[in-house]
Design a protein around this ligand. Structure first.
Ligand code: NAP
Length: 567
């Protein structure tokens, strides 16, 4: 069993925040009701919901403000690709009526301003300690308490822990030899320095052409003297057609906001403004398909494009028709046929990797200062003092931008030393891939909740909507436990195994698992290959979670308060 030694106790200092003095381990003072890890959209809403329920809550955030992914990812061109009116909280009618989005797809700064507004409006900051990185979270079985220790050594105890650590928050810098020798500047997209980075007159390399790279590349190309893009796998990119929102359109949307939110909750993807198709792509003639794809292309929405037909993500032949439509768009946009061909993806079904939405991404390759390097045929061999070597050629640059992605979905949880019953490490328990019950809890880790964890719709949905659903479910659960005198809730291993099997079974009916992507962990060398999100649809998932709760938390083990635990 994990035990806190006397020496460790001495190392742990009293942790003080503006509103609450937290006790050291072993002190007699009352532990907190809940610790929330992370102050992104998940952590913020958790703090709001639980404090309104009368619970004592402390949130720890490694960054120095709220916003999570939108605080960290301030690279040039960063913007959302879910429409602003939908990618926002729905819990407060006053909030959604008063906040004014200016763009169809909000840029990072606007979303961060929104997060700050929410923190101020709901007075969340007094429960959040910034610049506080959580190092470990350990379960003390006899006490039935979690001990949360910061990187500074300070600690606090709580009955419940909510992990709002995000699914795309552990950046991945590939292990390319020589990086330490590089004399220029290198930056990972999600650790972007505060303030503008001026590329004027600079020679810049971008490694990576996922959702991040395709946003950075057109913006940097405008000012850099020379931009070299290292593309290992081309991605499908639909035009975002971002634009200013028209006030009248916003007013009429806001007039039906509650209905639109409800529609989103009852949808497949957590997005209200998409009609689910009933036809197969193969039911239409080539001309009909072309017209349908073109209309949806013009709409500028990646989920809408993938909802052109009902079988694009389950039937390869149908998928090929959509993929070929986008390849034709690429060939039309890019003047040099060789470059166009290199940009055309052939290695995965469209949508099986995250479909990107960009602004003039392909057109950027027509600029004379932009060069595309095939890093599949010529992998980056090493980094030198002056630049990068690929295919035996040295590309001299002043700045290297790593748009190389994340250790997704499990990275942030594995970075923290989380130990459950018997001192078992979560990282160890997940050594063959993550296993959860409903993406909410892990067997052996009582009273510890994941928000949008693996095995839930999470990244395959409008994530703010999924965050609200999880936090509402957890808040209801804690309230039910209080009312019924329960002190402990834990996923049943059998229910967890059945849920994991269901998640896999649903995924196996689609084209997702066959594709190398961060959804399957394939982007991180050595990571177990498991398709992690739940793709059974938002409405179905929500209904199931509600039924589980209504059925006395079926599949969870509950124990009354005050019952001693076996050591
Ligand atoms: P990503 O999709 O994982 O893309 C990483 C890119 O880096 C890939 O092109 C990858 O190539 C490349 N790469 C990695 N190691 C490399 C190496 N050694 N040599 C050459 N290339 C290498 O990461 P991301 O672009 O940061 O996006 C991650 C997710 O964040 C997105 O899918 C999306 O969910 C979210 N996101 C959303 C938005 C938005 O809302 N607009 C914006 C940005 C990100 P391979 O494909 O060959 O591995």
């Amino acid at each position: 069993m994990y035990a806190c030694t006397d020496k460790k106790r001495q190392e742990l200092r009293v942790l003080e925040t503006s509103n609450v003095t937290l006790e050291t381990i072993g002190a007699a003072a009352q532990p907190l009701d809940a610790v929330v890890v992370g102050a992104g959209f998940a952590g913020m809403y958790s703090v709001h919901r639980l404090t309104r329920q009368g619970l004592s809550v402390q949130c720890f955030e490694a960054g120095d403000d709220v916003g999570g992914t939108w605080w960290w990812n301030r690279y040039p061109g960063a913007q959302c690709d879910v429409e602003s009116l939908e990618y926002s909280y729905g819990f407060s009618e006053e909030l959604q009526q008063s906040w004014r989005w200016t763009r169809k797809y909000a840029a990072q700064a606007e979303i961060l301003a929104y997060a700050r507004h929410v923190a101020d409006r709901f007075d969340l900051r007094r429960h959040i300690r910034f610049g506080a990185r959580v190092a470990s979270v350990a379960y003390d079985e006899p006490q039935r308490l979690w001990t949360v220790v910061l990187a500074t050594g300070e600690a606090v105890r709580a009955r419940f822990v909510l992990m709002g650590t995000g699914n795309l928050s552990t950046p991945r810098v590939p292990d390319i030899p020589g990086l330490a020798d590089f004399k220029g500047t290198w930056i990972h997209s999600s650790r972007w320095p505060k303030g503008e980075v001026d590329f004027t007159g600079k020679r810049v390399a971008v490694i990576g052409t996922g959702s991040t790279g395709i946003q950075i590349i057109p913006v940097v190309a405008r000012t850099a003297r020379q931009l070299v893009v290292f593309q290992r796998s081309p991605n499908f990119v639909v035009q975002a057609f971002n634009r200013d929102l028209d006030p009248q359109g916003v007013a009429s949307y806001k007039a039906k906001y509650p209905q639109m939110r409800e529609r989103a909750r009852q949808s497949e993807l957590g997005v209200a403004d998409i009609d689910m198709p009933t036809r197969s792509a193969l039911d239409d003639t080539p001309e009909q398909r072309e017209a349908r794809y073109e209309a949806l292309w013009q709409r500028g929405s990646h989920p809408a494009f993938l909802c052109a037909y009902n079988d694009l993500l389950v039937n390869k032949a149908s998928n090929d028709t959509a993929a070929e439509f986008v390849r034709r768009k690429i060939r039309a946009a890019v003047k040099d046929p060789k470059v166009a061909e290199l940009l055309c993806p052939h290695d995965h079904p469209i949508g099986a990797k995250r479909l990107c939405a960009g602004t003039d991404y392909y057109e950027t390759y027509n600029r004379p200062n932009v060069k595309l390097v095939d890093a599949r045929a010529h992998p980056i061999e090493k980094i030198t003092a002056r630049g990068l070597v690929s295919g035996g050629v040295e590309h001299e640059v002043d700045v290297i931008i790593f748009a190389t992605g994340f250790d997704a979905m499990t990275g942030a949880l594995r970075e923290i030393d989380i130990r459950g019953r018997g001192g078992v490490a979560l990282a160890q328990q997940w050594s063959s891939g993550p296993a959860t019950y409903l993406g909410l809890m892990v067997a052996g880790f009582p009273n510890l909740f994941l928000i949008t964890g693996p095995g839930s719709p999470s990244v395959k949905s409008n994530v703010i909507l999924s965050i609200e659903q999880h936090v509402d479910w957890i808040a209801r659960c804690l309230d039910d436990m209080r009312r019924t005198g329960q002190g402990l809730i834990e996923a049943d291993p059998l229910a967890q195994a059945q849920w994991v099997a269901h998640v896999n079974e649903v995924a196996d009916r689609t084209l997702y698992p066959q594709t190398d992507s961060w959804y399957t962990g394939a982007n991180v060398p050595g990571k177990p290959r498991v398709f992690m999100p739940y793709v059974g649809g938002i409405a179905r998932y929500r209904r199931h979670c509600d039924e589980v709760a209504a059925d006395g938390y079926r599949g969870f083990r509950l124990q009354p308060s005050g019952v001693a635990q076996p050591a």
